[in-house]
Design a protein around this ligand. Structure first.
Ligand code: C2G
Length: 440
């Protein structure tokens, strides 16, 4: 019996896939199809896959051409599979010509002609062509603009509030209402105090919104925006990119599944340096304070892990005027746990995250908010585990792909629940509007 093997993602199975499977099958008597796992695809940079692995496997099954389906999970697995299953022929599309010659040491390698004029990428971009506008200052938008260009199905229409900036390439800058009229959705990373009005305006006109946190100063306002989004069937999603990195998400799942026992403490630190002279003229230079730059990021894991039901909290801040803090420390006391954030702008510290539990702790080295790596550490060092998940760029891509998916599915596949959004807004309200803050 002649065994043939072929591999692919097979996202939204189309005629090109069918043709290759038929041709591969015709080369022998038994066809094994390797379908890539979601993890493997994201590691090799294919992050815009629309269907889950299960759906893609179902698609291949339905063709009736595969005698056996295996999941491709790691680099080098093709050699393992060929040896394990006693494969005679490895077949793949001609777009890979030359790339798999190294397998000829183990079996015959055949490149089959690729079907012209059709691809998953083409179907994806026909299906969900999203016109996206970017709102905020150029110095914050250029990174997301650069990462967005490589995403199929997203077109950046222009910016508002950014002015002209070389880094934004050739993007047109519009007035706010002009831009809203031109787009299906907006990404907002404007000054904290402007966000509420901007989001409300966009949602009321049926536009989807991806916004940095906090979206509002105040729980009531955040709640109101979520209600408007629901009523108008719009997606309103948190734009903290950390939340969408694979490593961070896995970390949350592990912690929640009891890997380090009961959680007693969560500590996060986020700081960045700016020359004090610049900070003093911050209004002119539009530099964000510690709270505006880092507060929401530092708070997010605390509320995600311990919930929002703390008994009380304390805030200590070093401010240079009423509005601008250069350093803030907050403590949250829960019934069975505590949490601390330390944030700085013009003050530097080790930007790590530590989550302590009854069986062990999670350590995420600086800068934890760009997590691609973390460790689970135990009393017995030999049991320590290390986890690494590649993070491409700064992670905006993952956030945008999730946003696109949420719009297509009509619901947020949210890692940051509404209670977390509201609590973050509430802490900002407390920070800016209550007298309950100690100053140093
Ligand atoms: N294909 C084709 N014609 C098309 C599109 C795809 O013949 N118009 C073939 C590809 O050449 C490949 C198979 O269909 O052999 C699956 O394609 P994808 O789903 O795009 O998967 P790919 O990224 O090529 O994965 O380990 C994974 C493999 O290396 C290939």
């Amino acid at each position: 019996m002649k065994k043939v093997i072929t591999y692919g993602t097979f996202d939204m199975l189309h005629q090109g896939h069918l043709n290759i499977l038929k041709r591969a099958k015709a080369l022998g008597d038994y066809l094994i199809v390797g379908v890539t796992s979601d993890d493997f695809d994201s590691r090799r940079g294919k992050i815009n896959v629309q269907q889950s692995m299960i759906e893609r496997v179902e698609g291949v099954k339905e063709t009736g051409l595969a005698d056996q389906i295996v999941i491709e999970e790691y680099e080098g697995q093709k050699i393992d599979d060929i040896n394990r299953f006693g494969v005679d022929i490895f077949a793949i599309g001609s777009d890979w010509k030359g790339k798999f010659d190294y397998l000829s040491e183990f079996c015959k390698v055949v490149y089959l002609e690729r079907t012209k004029g059709i691809s998953s990428t083409k179907i994806r971009s026909q299906n969900n062509h999203l016109k996206l506008g970017l709102i905020g200052k150029a110095k914050r938008l250029w990174k997301i603009a650069n990462e967005a260009v490589s995403i199929n199905g997203i077109d950046i229409v222009g910016t508002s509030g950014a002015g002209y900036d070389r880094r934004l390439k050739k993007l047109n800058n519009y007035s706010f209402d002009q831009l809203i009229e031109k787009v299906d959705a907006v990404f907002i990373e404007s000054d904290v105090k402007d966000r509420y009005e901007q989001i409300k305006y966009a949602l009321e006109r049926g536009k989807h919104v991806l916004c940095d946190l906090p979206m509002t100063i105040g729980r009531r306002q955040q709640h109101e925006l979520l209600e408007i989004a629901k009523k108008n069937e719009c997606i309103l999603m948190s734009g903290i990119k950390t939340a969408y990195s694979t490593a961070y998400y896995r970390l949350l799942l592990m912690v929640k599944s009891g890997e380090i026992g009961d959680i007693l403490s969560v500590e996060t630190t986020c700081t960045s340096l700016n020359e004090i002279s610049k900070i003093k003229k911050y209004q002119k230079n539009d530099i964000w304070s510690a709270m505006d730059a880092w507060g929401a990021t530092a708070l997010m894991p605390i509320f995600q892990i311990l919930g929002t039901d703390y008994v009380y909290n304390t805030i200590i801040s070093k401010k240079i005027d009423d509005y601008f803090d250069i350093f803030t420390k907050m403590d949250f006391v829960y019934k069975n746990a505590v949490a601390t954030i330390k944030i700085g702008k013009g003050v530097k510290s080790e930007g790590e995250m530590i989550i302590s539990g009854t069986k062990g702790y999670v350590y995420v080295p600086a800068p934890w908010w760009k997590t691609d790596y973390f460790e689970i550490r135990y009393e017995d060092q030999n049991k320590n585990k290390r986890f690494f998940y590649e993070l491409e760029g700064e992670g905006f891509k993952y956030e945008l792909v999730n946003f696109l998916r949420a719009i297509n599915h009509g619901r947020t596949l949210s890692y940051t629940g509404n209670d977390v959004l509201e609590e973050i807004s509430n802490v900002y309200d407390e920070f800016y509007n209550s007298d309950d803050i100690s100053l140093i």
